[in-house]
Design a protein around this ligand. Structure first.
Ligand code: ADP
Ligand code: ZN
Ligand code: MG
Length: 479
């Protein structure tokens, strides 16, 4: 019988924090500015410049640590991790090795079988991001942009507690939710504000000891992570089955080729000659600061779900989807507070909103329409000032550019025509133009009325109340 293997995975997750300024200087962290316009002597490593810790970075790191059940280090330090690379102007990165800000935490994930599982957090530390190298093949040169140099990061190091790609994704989603709810980062894998390095080894089922691991970098989507895990698991099992050994190294996963290749042999902490940064004072976390951060922790998803169940009486399915994003939950609550109709708000979010999000590949946190406008749209439809199909049409424009639906309806002349005279006139025309359907209806074919309603709605450009059309049609035909 062939041997059975188990995959063992631990993650190192980098998250860019949503501070306005960098970790050790006052430069802006705004994304997309012209290269090297958000730099200063500190973040370009000029001699004589001195770093000063951004307090907000510390607060975010502690808040994430508390959300992940960590112990907060009351006396923490920064260390220099020394290495040369052109995107690293100081020749060292300021990070934390000896006394990271958070340790020994855990988060709970749901497993495929429906159970709950704790994934241990070994530590969370604060560090600075590097600049960005741009390799210009056209000009045959490399350029460097230091705008990202000094952008604050936290690195969340898990214990090797995960056993499958599903667990890894559940863990990442959990972290993303916690951090987004805290407002500490937008956590977008595609844009690099959340980056995961996957450490993976295999071992025979039943063995206590872990196998030798490799580390894979550059995974920027959940799909790529899943494929990389499957590919690397298979590669390691093949090696072991062939009597060879897995070498501890960093590998790059090429998602288009569907295989990984060796990048460099694994380096150890001592290779970096870490030492405490003499330019920064140690970080002392007072009781007062800790209590303040603890008191300011938001309502997280589980509590929010519970409250929604009690407060709004909408189905669990709706609650799950709405609370998957803090922004959507905020929209839901604010719109409901205005219009008082939770189920209707939920229907718009789960229906048209999700459909358009998918179509335009929009992230929930980037939704642009305001809760006031959604509430107003619901009101317009409730008052029968617009029809259902017009409401959808208006919503699409709201989704794109957050227009005021009332004004838009006014300007575009989309109000339902309640003038019975003009409705009867149109219906008379439709009846005259469709004698066959009229005859069908008269001979008992109920379905024919639907076609005639459709024709009338079309002639009215959707601005008629379908129920009224239906009723008048029947009256006119029977006459
Ligand atoms: P290093 O200091 O060399 O980077 P760490 O002990 O900090 O190594 O571990 C880095 C990551 O690798 C952690 O997320 C940890 O859970 C994971 N890891 C450690 N050993 C293994 C292993 N044998 N298999 C899978 N993952 C592992
Ligand atoms: Zn700077
Ligand atoms: Mg490490």
């Amino acid at each position: 019988m062939s041997k059975q293997y188990e995959t063992v995975i631990g993650l190192e997750v980098h998250v860019e924090l949503a501070t306005k300024t960098k970790i050790f200087c006052g430069c802006s962290t705004a994304f997309g500015a012209a290269p090297n316009t958000q730099t200063c002597p500190v973040c370009t490593g000029m001699p004589g410049s001195l770093p000063v810790l951004n307090r907000k970075v510390l607060e975010y790191a502690i808040a994430v640590g508390l959300a992940a059940n960590c112990e907060i280090t009351r006396y923490a330090k920064f260390d220099r991790k020394n290495y040369f690379y052109p995107d690293n102007p100081q020749n060292y990165q300021i990070s934390q090795l000896y006394l990271p800000i958070c340790r020994n935490g855990w988060v709970e994930i749901e497993t495929k079988k429906g159970g709950l599982k704790k994934v241990g957090i070994h530590e969370i530390h604060m560090e600075e991001d590097a600049g960005k190298l741009i390799h210009d093949e056209w000009e045959d040169c490399s350029l460097v942009d230091y705008n990202r140099s000094g952008v604050p990061l936290i690195e969340i190091v898990s214990e090797p507690d995960m056993r499958s790609a599903e667990e890894v994704i559940a863990y990442l989603e959990k972290l993303r939710l916690l951090i987004q709810y805290l407002g500490a980062s937008d956590c977008k894998l595609q844009e690099g504000s959340m980056r995961a390095d996957v450490n993976l080894s295999v071992r025979e089922v039943g063995t206590k000891q872990f196998g030798t691991r490799t580390e894979m970098k550059n995974l920027n989507s959940f799909k790529a992570i899943s494929r990389a895990i499957a590919g690397e698991t298979e590669r390691q099992i093949d090696l072991i089955e062939a009597g060879e050994r897995v070498i501890q190294e960093t590998r790059r996963w090429d998602d288009t080729q569907g295989e990984s290749y060796a990048m460099r042999s694994k380096e150890d902490a001592q290779d970096y000659r870490y030492f405490p940064d003499p330019d920064l004072v140690p970080v002392a976390v007072s009781d007062e600061m800790l209590e303040k951060i603890r008191a300011a922790q938001p309502e997280f998803r589980n509590e929010k779900m519970q409250r929604y169940r009690e407060e709004f009486g909408i189905p669990d399915y709706d609650i799950e989807i709405i609370t998957e994003s803090k922004h959507m939950a905020d929209l839901f609550e604010a719109a409901t507070a205005i219009c008082g109709q939770p189920k209707k708000v939920s229907n718009w979010l789960l229906g048209e909103t999700l459909r358009l999000m998918k179509e335009t590949e929009t992230d929930a946190q980037d939704l642009r329409f305001s809760p006031e406008h959604l509430a107003k749209l619901i009101w317009l439809a409730d008052k029968k000032l617009i029809t259902g199909s017009v409401a959808k049409e208006v919503f699409e424009v709201m989704f794109e550019e957050n227009v005021d639906p009332e004004r838009y309806v006014e300007e575009m002349g989309l109000k339902t025509v309640n003038d019975e005279g003009s409705l009867r006139k149109t219906i008379a025309e439709v009846i005259a133009a469709n004698p066959q359907s009229v005859a069908d209806y008269r001979s008992g074919k109920e379905k024919a009325i639907g076609f005639l309603v459709g024709q009338t709605m079309k002639a009215m450009k959707g601005k008629a109340d379908p129920a009224a059309v239906n009723q008048i049609l029947r009256e006119e035909i029977v006459k």
